[in-house]
Write a protein that binds this ligand. Structure first.
Ligand code: GLV
Ligand code: MN
Ligand code: MN
Length: 366
């Protein structure tokens, strides 16, 4: 990303949280006018696909290049962004890069460690940064708008045969890490009535997450990571740590409250203790009306009557919008699900998205 955009005249830098920025500064502006930001994230999930995040960055680069090739010039600053660690796959902090940029990092973020014990600060220092992601902070008043192109990650556009959509709002997301503590014991010598088995209790908690989310209809609840200590087939599990991912467009707080209560109830019934470390609690986020209108017109400019869709996936646009930066998202049809290598968007649809972005950039910055 940096090389391509530097070759087109951008000033490229990596910030203190490892986000990549490529700024086009019109002559005479010298940092005084607010910038339009366009882009998406550059990271992925374990065994993920090639399109979630990366396609949005590539469509943005293509749009900027098309615009410059057509002889247009930016009269207001534009910054292409490649957000770092949106997925939170390594340290558990989703939207990490944009949290840093918009001053929304969770408490004690520097204490978070990956599975090998490396802290976020150490990982940033290994890149040559200072290990202080707060240094990536941008002032919202420096930013005129944020636009993020992204694959849809669900079947609604594909089912309707429409290549582009406009995001109306993004669901609220709660991320937590639950630690269940019981008592490790000999698997052969400890009778079933004398156990405090952390994994058996956690299993009941995981099923409670599933049934509570199901009962609410429009909510989802997922446990996607689990670790057991000491982790041997002949030892009753003494500790179990699992992740919580709860999402809802409405009523997320109620779902979180019910899940907390279920975890406590299962623990009490089984003689286990539990604690929940909150990693993220992002409210449901509406997109800006003006940006939605612009993106609908941008899609129309390439012949697409783009429907409005709610996003069930989290996006960096949430942090921008929650910080008061007018934000919008353009969805690109995709198939094969997402967060799996099966995810797929076609070159033709990506080209339509890039052309729609040209329209939006012309209106915002040329
Ligand atoms: C990001 O893809 C998320 O919604 O977890
Ligand atoms: Mn993702
Ligand atoms: Mn994504």
């Amino acid at each position: 990303m940096g090389g391509w955009l530097r070759a087109r005249g951008a000033t490229v830098r990596r910030d203190a949280a490892a986000n990549l920025w490529a700024r086009f500064e019109p002559a005479g502006s010298e940092g005084r006018s607010p910038a339009t930001i366009v882009g998406s994230h550059l990271d992925s999930v374990p065994e993920g696909g090639r399109f979630d995040g990366a396609l949005g960055v590539l469509c943005t680069i293509e749009a900027v290049e098309s615009l410059l090739d057509a002889g247009d010039r930016f009269h207001r600053p534009v910054e292409v962004v490649g957000w770092a660690d949106e997925e939170g796959a390594r340290f558990g902090i989703g939207l990490f890069g944009s949290c840093a940029a918009f001053g929304r990092l969770p408490d004690r973020v520097l204490e978070r460690r990956d599975r090998d014990g490396v802290s976020i600060a150490e990982a940033l220092r290994a890149l040559g940064e200072r290990g202080e992601p707060v240094g990536a902070r941008r002032e919202p008043k420096e930013l005129a708008a944020y636009i993020e192109p992204h694959i849809e990650q669900g079947p609604r556009l594909a089912d309707r045969g429409i290549p582009l959509g406009v995001v109306s709002d993004i669901v609220g997301i709660f991320h937590g890490r639950v630690t269940v503590s019981g008592r490790a014991d000999h698997a052969g010598a400890t009778v079933m009535t004398a156990r405090a088995d952390a994994l058996a209790g956690a299993s009941e908690m995981v099923l409670a997450v599933e049934s509570l989310a199901k009962a609410r209809g429009d909510a989802v609840g997922t446990v996607g990571e689990i670790a057991v200590r000491p982790g041997a087939k002949n030892v009753v599990p003494g500790e179990c740590v699992f992740s919580l991912d709860l999402r809802a467009a409405r009523g997320l707080d109620d779902l979180v409250r019910d899940v907390r209560a279920a975890i406590r109830r299962v623990g009490d019934a089984r003689g286990l203790t539990s604690s929940i470390d909150v990693l993220a609690n992002v409210p449901a986020t509406p997109m800006d009306a003006r940006m939605k209108d612009l993106l609908r017109r941008a899609a129309a400019s390439v012949g697409v009557d783009a429907p409005e869709l709610t996003s069930g996936a989290g996006h960096d646009a949430q942090n921008a919008a929650l910080s008061g930066v007018p934000s919008g998202m353009l969805f690109i049809r995709s198939t094969g699900g997402s967060h799996t290598p099966r995810e797929l968007a076609t070159v033709d649809d990506a080209a339509l998205a890039a052309d729609a972005l040209v329209f939006a950039l012309r209106e915002l910055a040329c």
